[in-house]
Design a protein around this ligand. Structure first.
Ligand code: ITT
Length: 195
C-alpha cells in the first residue's frame, strides 16, 4: 500500500521513508504536480497538521499523513514553535533560522528545549487519528555536525553528548520527535488496516 506524506520538505519524507521500511510505498506532495501548496494559517502544530492532511487527502486517494513540527525553546517563551520553518525571515531557510536562534539566545538563561511533532492521518478529507512525539534537549552555543536538517546542529538531545546533526541518522531516527510520533502511527495502521 501507499502512504502519501503531506509535506514538501524532502528531509521529513526521507526520515519517514527510512523509518517505515518496506511496509508502505512512501510518496509526498512533490510527487503530485497538480497539488497546490497548503497555507499554514493555524497557530498550533495540531491545526497546521490537520490543515495539511485534510487538504491533501481531499485531492489524493488513500492514506495521507502530515507532519507539523518545530522547536520550542523555554528561554524564548516557546519560540520558534509553529514558526520554526520561517524564524529567520525566509520560509525553509535553515541557515537563517539557525542564525536567528543563536542571536536570540545571547544573554538568555537556560538552554532547555524540545522538538515536537504532530502527525495527522487522514483519508478522503477526514481525520482518522492524530499522534504526537517529542524529544527533550538543549540548545548549543554553536552549530555542531552536518547531518539531519533544520535546527539539528544546534540541538543536543538529553542523555547524549552530541547534536542531532552529529548522531548517525539511524540514531536520530530512533529517538526523534518524528520517530516517536511515527511509531504510534505504525501501531495504529497495524491495528486498523489490512496492510
Ligand atoms: P511542510 O509544511 O511542507 O511539511 P516544513 O518544513 O515547512 O514542511 P513545518 O511547517 O512543520 O514543515 O516546519 C517544521 C520546521 O521545524 C522545519 O522547517 C525545521 O525548521 C524544524 N524541524 C522540524 N523537525 C526537525 C528536525 O527533525 N530537525 C531539525 N529541525 C526540525
Amino acid at each position: 500500500p501507499r502512504l502519501v506524506i503531506a509535506t514538501r520538505n524532502p528531509h521529513k519524507t526521507e526520515e519517514i521513508r527510512v523509518m517505515i521500511g518496506d511496509k508502505y510505498e512512501v510518496l509526498d506532495a512533490t510527487d503530485f504536480p497538480d497539488l497546490k501548496p497548503v497555507e499554514e494559517t493555524g497557530t498550533t502544530f495540531l491545526e497546521n497538521a490537520t490543515l495539511k492532511a485534510v487538504a491533501v487527502s481531499k485531492e489524493i486517494d488513500g492514506l495521507v499523513l502530515s507532519d507539523d513540527s518545530g522547536l520550542e525553546v523555554d528561554a524564548l517563551g516557546g519560540a520558534p514553535g509553529v514558526y520554526s520553518s520561517s524564524y529567520g525571515g525566509e520560509e525553509g531557510n535553515h541557515a537563517k533560522n539557525n542564525e536567528r536562534l543563536l542571536k536570540e539566545m545571547v544573554g538568555r538563561r537556560g538552554q532547555s528545549a524540545r522538538f515536537r511533532c504532530i502527525m495527522v492521518l487522514a483519508e478522503g478529507g477526514e481525520v482518522l487519528e492524530t499522534f504526537q512525539g517529542k524529544v527533550e534537549g538543549k540548545i548549543l552555543k554553536e552549530p555542531h555536525g552536518d547531518g539531519g536538517f533544520g535546527y539539528d546542529p544546534l540541538f543536543m538531545p538529553t542523555g547524549h553528548h552530541v547534536s542531532f546533526a552529529e548522531l548517525a541518522i539511524e540514531r536520530k531516527n530512533e529517538l526523534s520527535h518524528r520517530a516517536r510520533a511515527l511509531r504510534k502511527v505504525v501501531d495504529w495502521l497495524e491495528q486498523h488496516t489490512a496492510a
